[in-house]
Design a protein around this ligand. Sequence first.
Ligand code: NAD
Length: 333
Amino acid sequence: MQNIIVTGGAGFIGSNFVHHVIAERPDWHVTVLDKLTYAGNRANLEGLPADRLTFVHGDIADAEVVDSLVAKANAVVHYAAESHNDNSLQNPRPFIDTNLTGTYTLLEAVRRHDVRFHHISTDEVYGDLQLDDPARFTEHTPYNPSSPYSSTKAGSDLLVRAWVRSFGVRATISNCSNNYGPYQHIEKFIPRQITNVLSGIRPKLYGAGLNVRDWIHTNDHSSAVLKVLEEGRIGETYLIGADGEQNNKTVVELILELMGKDPHDYDHVNDRPGHDLRYAIDSTKLRTELGWQPKFTDFRTGLADTIAWYSEHESWWTAQKAAVEAQYAKAGQ
Ligand SMILES: NC(=O)c1ccc[n+]([C@@H]2O[C@H](COP(=O)([O-])OP(=O)(O)OC[C@H]3O[C@@H](n4cnc5c(N)ncnc54)[C@H](O)[C@@H]3O)[C@@H](O)[C@H]2O)c1
């Protein structure tokens, strides 16, 4: 596997994966296919060796562009998506176009050229768990998505499964829990709160803040995806998680504490409609079958590193800050 396409490689998790692959697989060449939506940023790929990375500005729903790239590749790792739940509640259309039609377009190309495909998905396809439920999601949990975002991701997973079964496409799927780390768009929960503090704005917590997310450092997500790409069984789904359950209130208070502020100096704002209560991943299959282990499991240290990254990269996010906050203000958030 030497020539891989990474769709959405200028986004948060995709760009972290590109950095990981370039460092870990010295003989691989990466082609990033990215539309550069508001969430994509070429700066995320700065500093990588030009002879090992090709950037193509294009849409995964553009069959011609996709076909010409896939014809020359050994594998496609598919990260590109509309990824923000709140946006999907305002305007679901781009979620249909990218997450469903875009995935369909890629599947048709890998089918034509018999190219290995790995599909990146989310634990949000499973809906949510009650706060007092001891259960965690497994590969056998029924799909029950709540939002236009998670339902289009669920639909894309099912397309992949059908293309494996009906057309023999060589694909795997991974569903990961919530990622944090560098290069995450500041519309998302953790970077929004960090950049609020850095901008002199009080952090904002949806509702009572008791919703639980199962946090994983994006570097651990990258190592898990590489493992599944190289060693995963075709047609299988692997859940990726690092046992990082935290409620949102704890996370906001920890951010404030780590930034030297009063941990209670934040505002409660309107909750997200249909806000999922709790996600929790059981990643036993990935750990036992493929021998993967997360490395960045100390959340406090990971969060401190992430705070340091946003503090040191103000020019990466300051231009977007006012517009992001104006958008949230419209929803009372
Ligand atoms: N963020 C999380 O915590 C999380 C957790 C599990 C799974 N995922 C999945 O990981 C993937 C990446 O998420 P992210 O948080 O990095 O998202 P992101 O929004 O930061 O990045 C998405 C990238 O895809 C690109 N893109 C969007 N539409 C495109 C199109 N039509 N054609 C080509 N490129 C397009 C964007 O320009 C951007 O670079 C998504 O599939 C998401 O569902 C995310």
